[in-house]
Design a binder for this molecule. Structure first.
Ligand SMILES: Cc1cc2nc3c(=O)[nH]c(=O)nc-3n(C[C@H](O)[C@H](O)[C@H](O)COP(=O)(O)OP(=O)(O)OC[C@H]3O[C@@H](n4cnc5c(N)ncnc54)[C@H](O)[C@@H]3O)c2cc1C
Length: 289
């Protein structure tokens, strides 16, 4: 099981034990599509690597009924896409994962890795936040469940403590007439990082919106849950003026950087545009469920 500095635990307990007791720089490896690039580029030089792909719970997709799922943190986007029910209940989460890199990357890239890499532009993170998923975290002091939006603190920084591993994501029950969507803006047609990402998760009662969660990516140091925009649309029939007001709330929540890929003004504007497009898609899907 132990091969020099590359550890391959088969259980969560073993992985937590290795992770919490190891000295020096220790990194978890799920798909490795971020970690290996960072090692090659010299951004990180771990003394030890703990491969978490052999742990059963991290590879499981459990259908809990009522649209609720428990998904292992190391499940790849490709595996999740093959599940016969997950994408019907959480199409927005799946489409976010399916935007990551290429077919080859999606065969490895995991939800846990996308979240814990803590890039503000991670595509699945706004979708996870909008879904209301809880991250289950195992560590030397036990297990805790954390709303996904509380995991990341800033670029490359999480609030995970020494020895803690995200093991699973718990997606809540699906109410009738509920669905989600994710859209991102990239300067190229594919294989690029989001300049803005927007995830919408809504529940409808007829033509009235009765619940909503809206999240934005790549417009602040971490993905944002935009409660203000949700408050504006809940109780409405999603009329144009309501959506314009909520789009403004999205723009106001943004604290983007100004760089060659997008100015502050551009990113703010696009966040409102994506919100309005994403909500139409989520609404159409919700009304078909
Ligand atoms: C060519 C290419 C294109 C890409 N395109 C995109 C894109 O379009 N959108 C996008 O969002 N990303 C993109 N990425 C980045 C990457 O593929 C994703 O972030 C991916 O989801 C990372 O998952 P992984 O399993 O490979 O993570 P890994 O590389 O294994 O891990 C990433 C980080 O998270 C930590 N970690 C992993 N799992 C856990 C866990 N369960 N608990 C705690 N910490 C953990 C690791 O220690 C490491 O620090 C791209 C990468 C490449 C190489």
């Amino acid at each position: 099981m132990i091969q020099g500095t590359f550890l391959t635990p088969n259980t969560i307990d073993e992985a937590v034990k290795f992770f919490s007791s190891s000295e020096g720089s220790v990194k978890l490896l799920a798909g490795g599509t971020d970690l290996l690039v960072q090692i090659r580029n010299g951004f990180t030089k771990p003394d030890k690597i703990i491969d978490i792909k052999n742990i059963r719970e991290l590879q499981e997709i459990i259908d809990n009924g009522n649209g609720s799922f428990t998904v292992g943190a190391a499940v790849s986007g490709a595996s999740l896409a093959e599940h016969n029910k997950f994408g019907k209940n959480w199409p927005g989460v799946l489409e976010a994962l399916r935007l990551i890199g290429s077919e080859q990357i999606q065969g490895r890239a995991s939800l846990g890795g996308n979240l814990c890499n803590a890039s503000p532009a991670g595509d699945s993170v706004p979708a996870l936040i909008a879904s209301g998923a809880l991250a289950k975290v195992h560590g030397p002091n036990g297990i805790r469940s954390i709303p996904v939006e509380k995991i990341n603190l800033g670029p490359g920084k999480t609030n995970l403590q020494k020895g803690e591993i995200v093991t699973q994501f718990d997606f809540p029950d699906r109410e009738p007439s509920s669905s989600d969507s994710y859209l991102r803006m990239i300067p190229r047609t594919e294989m690029d990082i989001a300049v803005v990402g927007c995830a919408v998760n809504i529940s409808m009662d007829g033509d009235k919106c009765i619940d909503a969660r809206i999240a934005l990516g790549a417009v602040a140091p971490t993905a944002l849950l935009v409660d203000q925009a949700a408050k504006i649309i809940i109780g409405s029939k999603l009329e144009d003026d309501v959506l314009n007001e909520a789009a403004k709330a999205c723009q106001n929540a943004c604290k983007p950087i100004d760089d060659k890929r997008g100015t502050i003004t551009y990113r703010k504007k696009v966040s409102g545009v994506l919100f309005k497009r994403a909500i139409q898609i989520a609404k159409e899907r919700a009304l078909k469920v």
